[in-house]
Ligand binder design. Structure first.
Ligand code: GRG
Ligand code: 1GP
Ligand code: MG
Length: 229
């Protein structure tokens, strides 16, 4: 297991609100992906996150929980807790509000596990786009400026270009990659082939594959891993 998250090239995002057949879990875990991220926007609870963790933990891959709300946070038997802030939302609750609530109401947060992520959400039809009311019709220069604010000003270690559910514009991802100096650039959205994986991996440090696991299966997942490693 490579538990150094700064070196991960490929992450598989599993949704606690969806089910995977037991045979398929092994195929996912042995695909060559660097880590499993347990995350979704809708219908995520401590119970279904815990259930998914139990289903995947025996394979020895790093497990990261990425909560959409404090109610979905678990601390036990995970290697990281990646906490998003959405930069291009008009609602501060998605930038810092839920975070304040979480800290105020939680004892003994294991800060060593916590990695902040600066999300730039670019698909208005995704759950995360709808829920956060993100302003998604941004030209490349605005995305680049958000990326620089995240990297140089707020010092977020991760800038995440999020097109969840649809394949994004490579020119925008390229502009973000040129704007980021120290942060790692994550790209996620619509990767379901080796070509799409390779295209975004030209610019992103790390690609995230989610829906393809459920829609296309572990063979395609493995293809996306091979394309970037
Ligand atoms: C402070 C704490 C502990 C939590 C709040 C963290 C915040 C502000 C999250 C806001 C952004 C968000 C909802 C992130 C969730 C991760 C994510 C984008 C998952 C993918 O979501 P979709 O694929 O759009 O959703 P579904 O798969 O549920 O449709
Ligand atoms: O599900 P997909 O479209 O692969 O997107 C991956 C991830 O960025 C979602 O948060
Ligand atoms: Mg999803």
């Amino acid at each position: 297991m490579n538990s150094n998250w700064r070196e991960w090239r490929h992450i598989t995002k599993l949704d606690p609100d969806k089910s995977i057949r037991p045979g398929e879990v092994e195929a996912i875990a042995t695909s060559g992906t660097d880590a499993l991220m347990l995350s979704g926007t809708l219908n995520v609870t401590k119970e279904n996150v815990t259930e998914l963790r139990e289903q995947v933990k025996e394979y020895g891959l790093p497990l990261v929980v990425e909560p959409a709300d404090p109610s979905g946070v678990i601390f036990d038997d995970i290697h990281g807790l990646f906490v998003p802030s959405v930069l291009n939302t008009p609602e501060p609750v998605w930038i810092v509000g839920k975070h304040e609530y979480w800290v105020k109401n939680t004892k003994n947060i294991p800060w060593d596990l916590v990695v902040p992520e600066a999300y730039i959400v670019l698909n208005p039809n995704s759950s995360v786009g709808r829920v956060t009311r993100a302003v998604c019709n941004l030209p490349a220069e605005d995305v680049a400026a958000f990326a620089t604010v995240a990297d140089r000003y707020f010092k977020f270690p991760i800038v995440y270009i999020e097109y969840s559910g649809t394949f994004g514009n490579p020119e925008i991802v390229k502009a973000a990659s040129e704007a980021v100096e120290d942060a790692l650039l994550y790209y996620g959205g619509g990767i379901n082939s080796k070509e799409k994986a390779a295209e975004m991996a030209k610019y992103a440090d790390t690609i995230v594959v989610g829906n393809a696991v459920y829609d296309n299966g572990a063979t395609v997942l493995r293809e996306t891993v091979r394309a970037v490693k």
